[in-house]
Design a protein around this ligand. Structure first.
Ligand code: ZN
Ligand code: ZN
Length: 452
């Protein structure tokens, strides 16, 4: 099939060229910025002058070169749309960077606040094939970095699949519990009570979830101490990096979430013993740290565009039928077992609220991938709005240069009605978009932690 695609595309373009403006068509497709699965809409839009009632502009799908309105899919997953995931990654990078060094409306003073980069792991659910530093795996082999056996259980029959998916399902609640303990431990460390802490310090964070090869979620987070009103206010001098580090360590140890009582067994979910806390280098940081703001922002942004599919080899969309959906997908036996465990447990009424079937492709984790506290930084929405405002200004400038200025947006009423008409690009549109008929390859996960 792929070898026939260029012929199909060229034939389509040749027949289009007979009755359509190919240049305009190419411009419409190229405005998608490389989006591979745009949403296609049919309908119309009328721009009406608010006072005179004059129709200033009319757009109907049939007048558009593609015959339909095309809108970027905006998917964050690199396996779904490389171009849109790249936009998401860059926005996330900006958001994290603004919270570390300022910019985008955040004061550069924020760089003086104590902040650390923390990795929270999941506990063990049974031994898996790995690459211990400088040594051999327990199975006796020295696995290569891309060995698909990595992360798979040494003994699948004894691996705690139920514990593994239920841990993922409770990871979000465990994080929430951790943040409560963190405030408590900071107050104890500072020798003040919780309400005095609230009046002098605010804890801000941004975190991203990443899947380890074994299919367990772990979290990477920037945790920062601010003054009482967030990023714009300086924390008290006693709010040091070492106070923060100690408080994180004990809060992570204390945090636990009770699991369901099922088949005579109940679980309690905690973080794994491996906890990595590293100060992030800043203007005022006097200790030794090789971790820069840039490395942290790049690392978090990278993982914001990945789901379970990149590390564990599961699928990147919800499962409807666990048997037929997994045939021919190249999903590993280990990931299959995790998905099937979600499916099986998802039938239990007492686990309804975990919605394990809906989130089976995420191996039970239903939390948000990237989250932040309100005061951490700017928002993705604000960054998108700034980009759209910038594009509006460009459109306006171009229209003025072309001698047909657009009316003031405040005086124009927009009446629009669009309905969903499908997704994706035709073969000809793909050719106009990339100059190729196949999708570009997706970058893979390398699973490394950042260094300066
Ligand atoms: Zn897209
Ligand atoms: Zn091994």
């Amino acid at each position: 099939m792929p070898s026939r695609a260029p012929t199909v595309a060229i034939r389509q373009l040749a027949s289009l060229a007979r009755f359509a403006d190919l240049g305009a068509y190419a411009r419409q497709v190229q405005r998608l910025g490389g989006c591979e699965r745009p949403v296609r809409m049919e309908g119309h839009r009328l721009d009406v002058h608010a006072t005179t009632g004059e129709v200033v502009r009319e757009i109907a799908n049939r007048d558009l070169p593609a015959g339909q309105l095309l809108i970027r899919c905006g998917n964050r997953r690199a396996t779904r749309c490389t171009a849109c995931a790249e936009v998401y990654r860059k926005d996330t990078y900006q958001l994290i960077t603004a919270g570390l060094t300022g910019g985008k409306g955040i004061s550069t003073e924020v760089a003086r606040h104590s902040r650390v980069f923390v990795t929270f792991t999941a506990p063990s659910f049974g031994p898996v094939h790995n690459r211990p530093q400088g040594g051999r795996c327990r199975c006796g082999r020295a696995h290569s970095e891309d060995d698909p056996a990595l992360g798979c259980p040494l003994d699948p029959h004894r691996y705690d699949y139920r514990g593994a998916v239920l841990w993922n399902a409770h990871a979000g609640a465990l994080w929430a519990r951790f943040t409560t303990y963190l405030r408590q431990r900071l107050a104890i460390g500072a020798g003040i009570n919780r309400s005095a802490l609230r009046q002098s310090v605010r804890v801000s964070y941004a975190k991203v979830a990443e899947y380890q090869r074994r299919g367990a979620v772990h979290f990477h987070a920037v945790i920062r101490l601010d003054g009482p009103d967030g990023a714009e206010t300086a924390p008290p001098s006693w709010a040091t990096t070492s106070l923060l580090t100690d408080a994180i360590r004990s809060a992570a140890r204390l945090a636990e979430v009770p699991g369901p009582f099922l088949d005579g067994r109940s679980d309690t979910f905690r973080f794994g013993v491996q906890l990595d806390i590293r100060p992030i280098r800043s203007a005022d940081f006097s200790g030794t740290s090789d971790l820069t703001s840039r490395a942290v922002a790049a690392y978090i942004a990278k993982y914001a565009t990945k789901g379970a599919e990149s590390a564990t080899g599961t699928v990147d969309r919800p499962i409807r039928n666990p048997i037929t959906d997994l045939i021919g997908t190249g999903v590993t036996d280990h990931a299959k077992q995790l998905i099937l465990t979600c499916w099986r447990l998802g039938a239990r009424p007492e686990l309804d609220e975990l919605r394990l079937r809906k989130w089976a492709h995420m191996l039970g984790f239903r939390g948000h991938f990237a989250t932040k506290s309100r005061a951490y930084s700017t928002t993705l929405g604000a960054l998108r709005q700034a980009r759209s405002d910038h594009n509006d200004v460009l459109t306006r400038e171009r229209a003025e240069q072309a001698g047909c200025p657009l009316p003031d947006p405040d005086t124009v009423l927009v009446l629009a009605h669009w309905r969903f008409a499908g997704t994706g690009l035709t073969a000809a549109e793909r050719l106009l978009s990339h100059g190729t008929t196949s999708s570009p390859p997706n970058p893979g996960a390398d699973g490394r932690t950042p260094h300066a």
